[in-house]
Design a protein around this ligand. Structure first.
Ligand SMILES: Nc1nc2c(c(=O)[nH]1)N[C@H]1C(S)=C(S)[C@@H](COP(=O)(O)OP(=O)(O)OC[C@H]3O[C@@H](n4cnc5c(=O)[nH]c(N)nc54)[C@H](O)[C@@H]3O)O[C@H]1N2
Ligand SMILES: Nc1nc2c(c(=O)[nH]1)N[C@H]1C(S)=C(S)[C@@H](COP(=O)(O)OP(=O)(O)OC[C@H]3O[C@@H](n4cnc5c(=O)[nH]c(N)nc54)[C@H](O)[C@@H]3O)O[C@H]1N2
Ligand code: SF4
Ligand SMILES: [Mo]
Length: 720
């Protein structure tokens, strides 16, 4: 009989749920992966993306060996080489580039393909800082939210998702929880069942979450700031402020009240499309149904005024005293509770003085000369990310990657839309094959993922990749001490085990039990700001932010920017509504040519672009459809199923039109994450602008205008 071994793991994905997993191994083969039934979030279930995670490890198109490009750039033709050959080529190309242009001509590009402490988005930072490369600013996601959050309530973990079971009123604001935070949703249902909590969803789309809510409030994208300011106005006007809480635990009330006076409900209706009476009703219900919770989604940050909208929303619980109660307050992401030692991981002290910063969202501009960089980028090293799919200005980025003089190295699981442009491909391990600690942005449990099987082929974890690169580049002995540790020792060194949050938790216990709750109180008693205690400079909730005085800054998720490299520029200390760059209301001139707003939320069956190449997931997700309101379709002579082209000055993509009456008229939607060539040569980020939002240098994935037209001749076969 075969022996079944069960190894404790944790999902590596950029998802707030960070599920605890049980790897089932037979004869060295991963035969099943189950959610841990004892984990309070996971409760034994994994999502549609990961439920057959074991098969993902054995997918036939997986990259198993280092490869060198043999065809034209972007053609995706490669031949197998050895690790020694790959490393030797990197060394010789980089040595040459450094001699001619300096080390800043090399740029890393990483995001959250893997979310671990060891193998996640900062796993290459120490290597690249020591090399002296350009510093890549990583603001794909959450930097706008995190910056706004820190300006208001500091590095607070905020409301615990599990405490929402005790809420009486829950606003899900710009988040499609039943797709993107599946394991958070049951706590809301519990609140509804146990004490009749009302679930309100604020979203331009009647998405799968809105369909299960008690009240769906459609809102024009990018106008949440106006709604939040309107709620503040109404709460003040109707005398619903918790004055005792405001006096004791907040600063800047007068300034906030003065601003909010500009947003009576009728004006809010004009901007947001929400009837004035609904604004009044929402303000009244929210203020008077305590404990009230707000779950903020990342979608809120994806337009010009996103950061300021999040500032305004984050002020609401203090204004009505919601923080006083268990189940009251707001949740953005609790990552700040985890005592990760980013300085030890990233080694910012190794960055040579005067090193420049290039934002990853500017990759297309950086590669095509638009940024006028001196020295220009001569080599790009991509890991944990797929910028062609997930970054803005897709067509520009691809033009940049086609440059013959650019030496591109990509570490990957698959030959993605980005990896296709590589000169060298390096194979990376998957989660069951490596060790890591998973912190999370969706709950308060720390977990250890232990390797269950041997890596296939010649795949290596990111940490080993950079260890090999450090040796190859012949770093001095002192620096090599960083890499001359075991992975286990690194994980121990990368956490502050004496921090209060890790009280009672040791690495050894994690090895035994897999996951543990941080020592931050229990879900049924935790009310972190019942008596203020905001970790801001004033110790209070800052309606008027003291951090704004220092000018624009970025609070990244994980460490992706360093304090002495902040971008600068004026920041408004008080929340306000900032209109989108591109909307029919804010930019009528552009709207004459491109009258439709577009949003590109997360795919249900993919994880960003991951699983976009898996046949079973494609079946669930479908093709790169263009969801359009029937009235907008009719105006353009489009009927359901017609192949349409979506375009603006930046680029275009195509797909079959699908009627969606749950969209606000004037809005089209196409999910991000589809791979090129499946039903369109390019994908939705072809139309996304490469500019930044007002706070945290976030991207503008939700702030773009387009036009849609019926295509007589599709450029890619539509049969798939
Ligand atoms: N299945 C699945 N789950 C995922 C991911 C995935 O790719 N697939 N990705 C993970 C990652 S990286 C992240 S950041 C999270 C993000 O997850 P969410 O925070 O849920 O973000 P989105 O999916 O971008 O959008 C959520 C909702 O916001 C709405 N929306 C768009 N613009 C606006 C706006 O201006 N205002 C308001 N009020 N609503 C708006 C959209 O219609 C959508 O229904 O999901 C994570 N979980
Ligand atoms: N239009 C639009 N664009 C968006 C968004 C949107 O809502 N709309 N969302 C934005 C957001 S919130 C995010 S978080 C970003 C996500 O952007 P990315 O993090 O770039 O997204 P992924 O598609 O997950 O790509 C990660 C890649 O890393 C690889 N990978 C996974 N694990 C490992 C590993 O251990 N080692 C190595 N070397 N590689 C690994 C995967 O195979 C995958 O190709 O996209 C952003 N882009
Ligand atoms: S992707 Fe999210 S929901 Fe799915 S298994 Fe991983 S952590 Fe859980
Ligand atoms: Mo994200």
């Amino acid at each position: 009989m075969k022996e079944l071994k069960i190894v404790r793991g944790a999902c590596p994905h950029d998802c707030p749920d960070t599920c605890a997993m049980l790897y089932h191994v037979e004869d060295g083969k991963l035969v099943d992966v189950q959610g841990d039934p004892n984990h309070p979030m996971t409760r034994g279930g994994l999502c549609v993306k990961v439920k057959n995670f074991h098969e993902h490890h054995y997918q036939s198109d997986r990259l198993l060996y280092p490869m060198r490009r043999v065809g034209a750039k972007g053609a995706g033709e490669f031949e197998r080489i050895t690790w020694d050959e790959a490393l030797a080529e990197i060394k010789s190309r980089w040595t040459d580039i450094i001699a001619k242009h300096g080390s800043q001509a090399i740029m890393p590009h990483a995001y959250l393909g893997h979310q671990g402490v060891l193998n996640g988005l900062t796993s290459g930072d120490a290597f690249f800082n020591r090399l002296g490369s350009t510093v890549a600013e990583k603001t794909y996601c959450e930097s706008g939210s995190s910056t706004a959050w820190h300006m208001t309530v500091g590095g607070s973990g905020g409301l615990d998702v599990e405490s929402m079971a005790y809420s009486k009123y829950i606003i899900v604001w710009g988040m499609n929880m039943t797709s993107t935070n599946l394991h958070g949703w049951p706590f809301l249902l519990e609140a509804r069942k146990n004490h009749g909590a009302k679930i309100v969803v604020i979203d331009p789309v009647r998405n799968r979450t809105a369909r299960q809510a008690d009240w769906h409030i459609p809102i024009r994208p990018g106008t949440d700031g106006a709604l939040a300011m309107g709620l503040i106005h109404e709460i003040i006007a109707k005398g619903l402020v918790d004055t005792d809480y405001v006096e004791r635990y907040t600063v800047g009330y007068d300034e906030l009240a003065e601003r909010a006076a500009n947003y009576p409900p009728e004006r809010v209706e004009e901007i947001t499309g929400i009837p004035a009476d609904d604004v009044r009703k929402l303000a009244y219900e929210y203020a008077t149904s305590q404990p009230a919770a707000i779950r903020q989604g990342v979608a809120l940050e994806r337009s010009r005024g996103g950061g300021q909208a999040i500032r305004a929303i984050t002020c609401l619980p203090a204004l009505v005293g919601a923080w006083r109660h268990v189940g009251g307050g707001t949740m953005e992401m609790p990552i700040w509770e985890f005592p990760t030692r980013f300085d030890a991981i990233c080694r910012p002290d190794w960055i040579p003085e005067g090193t420049r910063v290039v934002n990853e969202l500017d990759l297309g501009m950086a590669l095509t000369g638009e940024l006028d960089l001196d020295p220009p980028i001569k080599s790009l090293f991509v890991y944990n990310s797929n910028p062609v799919s997930q970054g803005p200005a897709q067509e520009k980025t691809m033009r940049g990657l086609m440059r013959d003089d650019l030496f591109t190295v990509v570490s990957e699981h698959f030959i993605t839309d980005t990896a296709r442009f590589a000169d060298l491909l390096l194979p990376a391990t998957m989660q069951a094959e490596q060790l890591d600690i998973m912190v999370t942005w969706g709950h308060l449990y720390i977990s250890l993922n232990q390797p269950a099987i041997d890596p296939p082929g010649e795949c290596v974890p990111n940490v080993e990749l950079f260890r090999r690169l450090a040796k190859t580049m012949e770093f001095d002995e002192e620096s090599m001490a960083y890499w001359n540790r075991t992975d286990r020792q690194m994980l121990i060194d990368f956490h502050d085990w004496d921090a209060p949050a890790l009280e009672g938790i040791t690495y050894e216990t994690l090895e035994e039990v897999g996951w543990m709750r941080l020592a931050v109180g229990t879900p049924d008693t935790r009310a972190p700001h019942a008596e203020g205690n905001f970790p801001t400079p004033s110790g209070k909730c800052e309606f008027k932010s003291s951090l704004a005085a220092g000018g624009n800054f970025v609070v990244p998720v994980w460490r992706s920017m360093y304090e002495d490299m902040q971008p600068g520029g004026y920041v408004d200390p008080v929340p306000d509504y900032v209109p989108p760059f591109e909307s029919p209301q804010s930019n009528p001139e552009l709207a004459q040519r491109y009258p439709l707003s577009i949003i590109s939320p997360k795919p249900h069956a993919f994880l960003n672009s991951q699983y976009g190449n898996a046949a079973d997931k494609q079946k669930v997700q479908g093709r790169q459809q263009v969801f359009i309101h029937p009235a907008d379709a009719a105006e353009r002579g489009i009927t359901e199923g017609d192949v349409v082209r979506v375009f603006n000055d930046r680029g275009s993509f195509q797909g079959p039109a699908a009627y969606e009456s749950g969209l606000m008229p004037g809005l089209v939607m196409a999910n991000v994450g589809h791979w090129q060539g499946k039903s369109s040569a390019t994908t939705v980020n072809a139309i996304t602008a490469d500019r930044h939002c007002g706070l945290g240098n976030a991207g503008v994935y939700g702030d773009n205008l387009v036009e849609v037209e019926k295509l007589e001749k599709p450029d890619v076969a539509q049969s798939a």
